[in-house]
Design a protein around this ligand. Structure first.
Ligand code: NAD
Length: 256
């Protein structure tokens, strides 16, 4: 097996279960030799994520981070500083919008719902990058997950599309800002995958069908395909790439 990430230390944010994109990425990075820490959202997920991690990567650092809580972000990075001293990157694979905002008229989006989606799904990347940069003393790679709904209007994606647009632009501003520290910041725009978060989007199975029919590769993509691209972005193989949004969507985004 390749050891592209031997000796490298990455924080994985956003594992909820074994279908999570973050979990597929964790497995790829682990197989490539990386040491991993996992952040999970709240007590509710702790035992499930712990069980998953212990079955494959026993001894990994686990830390609770709800990204709306600045103090939880701060204590997570304080723990990593204590345990690791330095780190080489992080995977930000999380988002949230209230289900009622993911259907109906976009013009009916509430102020609260709009701000919540922005806070969790876009601002959190800026917040965690601010802490991570102090530990990424030898540069490294920050990776986030985005979706085509941030570039184009897609049915029912509504407020999350606006949050993904902000996330995509945050990737570019962070890349410009952190480049002098040799910290690269990129996003993967994944095609639709049946995960917990995806089930919050109305008619999600219809979207899967449309993509499989229209995409150049005539199929949907898997978590593993996203994860292989994340491994590329995490490793030195992508050393010249920053501020980029790479589509792993069977080519769907090129079609009219
Ligand atoms: P998932 O439900 O497995 O993961 C979403 C994660 O977000 C969960 O682990 C959840 O705990 C976390 N989260 C939500 N609110 C949080 C908060 N306040 N603090 C900390 N964590 C919080 O679903 P997924 O599909 O693996 O989603 C991961 C990322 O991939 C998301 O950014 C999503 O928008 C993106 N994405 C998903 C698809 C898809 O079709 N599944 C497509 C493109 C992009």
């Amino acid at each position: 097996m390749n050891q592209l990430l031997a000796g490298k230390k990455f924080l994985i944010m956003g594992v909820a279960n074994d279908r999570s994109i973050a979990w597929a990425i964790a497995k790829q990075l682990h197989e490539a030799g990386a040491t991993l820490a996992f952040s999970y959202q709240g007590d509710r997920l702790e035992s499930r994520v712990l069980k998953l991690v212990e079955s494959t990567m026993p001894g990994s650092t686990m830390v609770q981070v709800d990204v709306t809580r600045e103090e939880e972000i701060a204590s997570a990075f304080a723990l990593l500083k204590e345990q690791w001293g330095t780190m080489d990157g992080l995977v930000h694979s999380l988002a949230f919008a209230k289900s009622e905002e993911l259907e109906g008229h976009f013009s009916d989006t509430s102020r609260e719902g709009y701000l919540l989606a922005q806070d969790i799904s876009a601002y959190s990347l800026v917040a965690v990058s601010r802490f991570a940069k102090t530990l990424m003393v030898e540069g490294g790679s920050i990776i986030t997950m985005t979706y085509l709904g941030g570039e184009r209007v897609l049915a029912n994606y509504n407020v999350m599309g606006v949050a993904k647009a902000a996330l995509d632009q945050s990737v570019r501003y962070l890349a410009a800002d952190l480049g002098e520290q040799n910290i690269r910041v990129n996003a993967i725009s994944a095609g639709p995958i049946n995960t917990l978060a995806a089930r919050g989007v109305r008619n999600f199975s219809t979207i899967l069908g449309v993509v499989a029919e229209k995409a150049p590769l005539k199929r949907n993509i898997t978590q593993e395909e996203v994860a292989k691209t994340a491994l590329f972005l995490a490793s030195d193989l992508s050393s010249g790439i920053t501020g980029e949004v790479i589509h792993v969507d069977a080519g769907y985004h090129i079609m009219a």
